[in-house]
Ligand binder design. Structure first.
Ligand code: GLN
Length: 209
């Protein structure tokens, strides 16, 4: 499998999925395409079967949780993640991956694939949306992070790798094949955080621009 740097993938087997039930999925598709990757919207179990990695976007985690149930995606996606599907959750997507969610709705479900505790809307009302430059492991210059009613990572298991921090707290983390950001790396046209995800999990390495 794999995608020659800078050119579209040749078959659906190379596709990176973007969960497209709700939220900010379109900007993720654009970033992935700029990296030369075939991006495919995932709304059904058949869509999921055709992808080799998945981005879970920002949006509203309670709504996404409900739609994951009604679409029939929750069970097959749980299985794929357990079987090693590379997943990158951003903002609401991160909430869906966390093992523990504080201030969630009682009926809100998560895949519990990443051993972190997150608090929904955890940055409080005063700074519920803000932007800041982040030092990210492996990147030679800062990445501009946009936080929108972002979840706050309040606990990180020791085995989780912290790739970026804001004010001493983890905001970009990875554990095995699961990566998550509390900010929105798809906004602003900078492909480097997505490239980090793809570089970790897909072969060959997509080209950065
Ligand atoms: N506050 C949202 C939630 O709980 C997440 C915000 C976002 O994804 N931008 O799902």
């Amino acid at each position: 499998m794999g995608t020659p740097a800078g050119s579209p993938a040749g078959s659906t087997a190379d596709a990176v999925g973007v969960l497209a039930l709700q939220g900010a999925f379109h900007a993720h598709e654009l970033i992935l395409r700029r990296l030369g990757v075939l991006a495919r919207q995932v709304r059904t179990p058949d869509d999921l079967a055709a992808v080799t990695a998945l981005v879970m976007p920002g949006g509203e985690s309670t709504t996404m949780s409900r739609l994951l149930g009604t679409s029939g995606l929750f069970a097959p996606l749980t299985e794929r993640i357990a079987a090693g599907l590379p997943v990158f959750g951003t903002c609401a997507g991160m909430i869906l991956l966390a093992t523990e969610v504080l201030d969630g709705r009682p009926d809100q479900r998560s895949f519990a694939a990443l051993p972190i505790t997150v608090r929904r809307n955890g940055f409080g009302r005063q700074i519920d949306s803000f932007e800041t430059d982040l030092a990210v492991s492996g990147l030679d210059r800062p990445f501009h992070g946009v936080f929108i009613r972002a979840p706050r990572i309040v606990e990180v298991a020791p085995e989780v790798e912290v790739l970026a921090q804001y004010d001493g707290e983890a905001v970009l983390v990875r554990h095995g094949r699961v990566m998550a950001a509390s900010f929105h790396p798809e906004l602003g046209g900078d492909t480097r955080v997505h490239a980090t995800f793809l570089r970790t999990f897909l072969d060959p390495i997509p080209q950065e621009n």
